[in-house]
Design a protein around this ligand. Structure first.
Ligand code: PAF
Length: 291
């Protein structure tokens, strides 16, 4: 039975009890899918007690983003967490997480600046703030995040080091549907036609992986191929980029000569989708043809 806790105080007490044996933690915004459940399963490999949180964090949504329509299904989420053996669910209200008069924010400016940071102003500050608050409540834990949100993971790893938080952060590989589309709560917004178009994203990444495997190292060529694939079927591209996989800084020159992250963000209909691979490191994406 998952213990559902609503207040910071109750959750802190439960985490303190778990510290003696070890606490795994999976922060989420709910609308749980197999990607989230894989994070819980991974956390269970590291710690006997696993807590998940579900909190649709308002400070990470911009004024024109999908906060109001973000999918919410607490009962469904609870049964899914039950099925994968989570022990605790922290599901606070907004007032519980952001008390009247609150004003503190956590910024990780350099890691947050490129890629999604250029298009979602303030987003990573909201993420960094809520994750820092959650870690302040949990105390020492092993926290698991998906590599699909690669920049978010990089921001969180940086803040944990910079703020000396007693948290081990694990990045878990992106979980994909059989056709290659990365699992995302936002996939629920896609119509069947849009979903077919969205396959251009994993297809472009898979093509880049295949080219890299056969020796392609020119970033401009790799990016141009991906861009033309995606342009053909999506409504707007935010970015298709290749950056250093550790610093997220631009590559020096056109050569992909060390760990490189290829990342894509684009809009299919009203839905913004992101995906990425670390070339030469991530498992090859098995894809179906896009329409
Ligand atoms: O990835 C998410 O679901 C959220 O950004 C997170 C990490 C739970 C913070 O709200």
């Amino acid at each position: 039975m998952v213990q559902v806790l609503r207040t910071v105080h109750e959750f802190r007490v439960a985490c303190e009890k778990a510290h003696a044996s070890g606490l795994g933690f999976v922060p989420t915004m709910g609308a749980l899918h197999e990607g989230h459940l894989a994070l819980v399963t991974e956390a269970k490999r590291h710690a006997p007690i696993v807590a998940a949180s579900i909190f649709v964090n308002p400070t990470q949504f911009g004024p024109n983003e999908d906060l109001a329509r973000y999918p919410r299904d607490l009962d469904g989420d609870l049964s899914k967490l039950e099925a994968v053996g989570a022990d605790i669910l922290f599901a606070p209200s907004t007032d519980e997480m952001y008390a009247t008069g609150e004003q503190t924010r956590v910024a990780v400016p350099r890691v947050a600046a490129p890629l999604c940071g250029r298009f979602r102003l303030g987003h990573f500050e909201g993420v960094a703030t809520v994750v820092t608050k959650l870690f302040a409540i949990t105390g020492p834990c092993t926290a698991v995040f998906g590599r699909k949100d690669y920049q978010q993971l990089a921001v969180i790893k940086r803040l944990v080091v910079d703020l000396c938080l007693p948290v081990q952060v694990i990045g878990f590989p992106t979980v994909r549907d059989l056709d290659g589309l990365a699992k995302s709560s936002r996939n629920l917004y896609l119509s069947p036609d849009e979903r077919a178009c969205a396959l251009a994203i994993p297809n472009a990444l898979a093509e880049a992986q295949a080219a890299f495997a056969t020796g392609e190292r020119a970033a401009a060529t790799t990016l141009a191929r991906a861009r033309s694939r995606i342009e053909a079927v999506t409504d707007r591209i935010d970015y298709v980029d290749i950056v250093d996989a550790d610093s997220l800084e631009p590559l020096v020159g056109n050569q992909i000569d060390h760990r490189a992250l290829m990342a894509i963000a684009c809009h299919v209909g009203k839905t913004r989708l992101i995906d990425n691979v670390v070339l030469g490191e991530d498992a090859r994406i098995a894809v179906a043809e896009a329409k």
